[in-house]
Design a protein around this ligand. Structure first.
Ligand SMILES: Nc1ncnc2c1ncn2[C@@H]1O[C@H](COP(=O)(O)OP(=O)(O)OP(=O)(O)O)[C@@H](O)[C@H]1O
Length: 287
């Protein structure tokens, strides 16, 4: 368990309060996110759903201070930890660099964006852990094997010597997850982690994220426009529209008795909400 994971049960490790984001000229930025509240809790997957352009990605990028330079951010994002909560909004680049990858990690739709095409998986994993965790060569090698085994990449030791293009898309996403988990972060931000994968491969990655959240007490923010993905693994769901959260609740509440018209529209318009859970069930049978 990490130092950050002192908060157990329902105590959030990351709290977003009144987050606003505008992008554009400082005096008149275009409002993109207009005040959202979200809590991420150890061991739970918080889904953030909504149509394209609703502000899901910019909200998650704000957590890591990765918005463009012309973004104006307001509100509060606090990260809990052994030394008390720290405010991420307005934090300097150097301090943010000590948090990115170590206490809050991120995976993206395209795993290749997290992987260097000309370096072996082994050098990417070991470089990462040696830089961040100050491990020696042998320890870093052993940790890299353990990480690949944790994300269920077969023949982990042999896999270390291969290049990203020698793996399938699903395996590349598993490797990107291994790199994200290398420093035992408290929070994982996953932005459309399975959108580029076919539905049966999606199911394996979603199971992995579910298991990791529970086993590692990771607090996961799952950003996706796909309510099928959401219904498969999220514990809690927030639905965004035009930069605001229109409805939030447990997965059972949102899928069982949606209150907002927009949530009902989204549920009605997404056939994958039916197909993905079936693929997940098949994958579960196969395990
Ligand atoms: N760098 C930027 N400059 C200007 N506007 C931006 C920038 N990045 C995002 N936006 C705008 O912010 C809004 C929200 O974008 P965001 O990427 O967060 O949407 P999203 O909900 O994640 O959509 P998708 O599911 O398509 O990724 C969009 O209108 C987008 O055009």
């Amino acid at each position: 368990m990490t130092a950050d994971a002192v908060a157990v049960g329902t105590t959030p490790v990351l709290s977003i309060t009144g987050l606003t984001i505008g992008i554009g000229p400082r005096k008149a930025p275009k409002p993109i996110v207009t005040g959202i509240d979200l809590d991420l809790t150890p061991g739970r997957i918080q889904g953030l759903a909504g149509e394209s352009g609703s502000g899901k990605t910019v909200s998650s990028l704000a957590i890591l201070g990765l918005l463009p330079a012309n973004a104006v951010v307001g509100g509060s994002i606090t990260l809990g930890g052994a030394e008390g909560p720290i405010e991420l909004i307005g934090m300097g680049r150097r301090q943010l660099n000590t948090i990115r990858g170590r206490r809050i990690a991120m995976i993206f739709q395209d795993p290749s964006s997290s992987l260097h095409p000309q370096l072996t998986i082994g050098s990417q994993l070991t470089d990462h852990v040696r830089t961040h965790m100050k491990l020696g060569r042998a320890q870093a090698h052993a940790h890299a094997i353990e990480l690949l085994e944790r994300v269920r990449v077969p023949d982990a030791e042999e896999a270390l010597g291969r290049y990203p293009h020698q793996f399938s898309g699903g395996q590349r996403q598993r490797i990107a997850i291994a790199i994200a988990l290398a420093c035992d972060p408290a929070v994982l931000l996953a932005d459309e982690p399975t959108t580029a994968l076919d539905v049966t491969v999606q199911a394996g990655i979603l199971h992995l994220l579910r298991d990791l959240a529970t086993e590692r007490q990771l607090a996961v923010l799952l950003v996706t426009h796909d309510l099928g993905v959401m219904s498969a693994i999220a514990d809690d769901v927030a639905v965004m529209r035009h930069g605001a959260i229109v409805e939030a609740g447990s997965r059972e509440q949102i899928f069982g008795s949606p209150q907002h018209d927009y949530t009902r529209e989204l549920l009605a318009s997404l056939p994958s909400a039916q197909t993905l859970p079936a693929a997940l069930a098949n994958e579960e049978d196969a395990r």
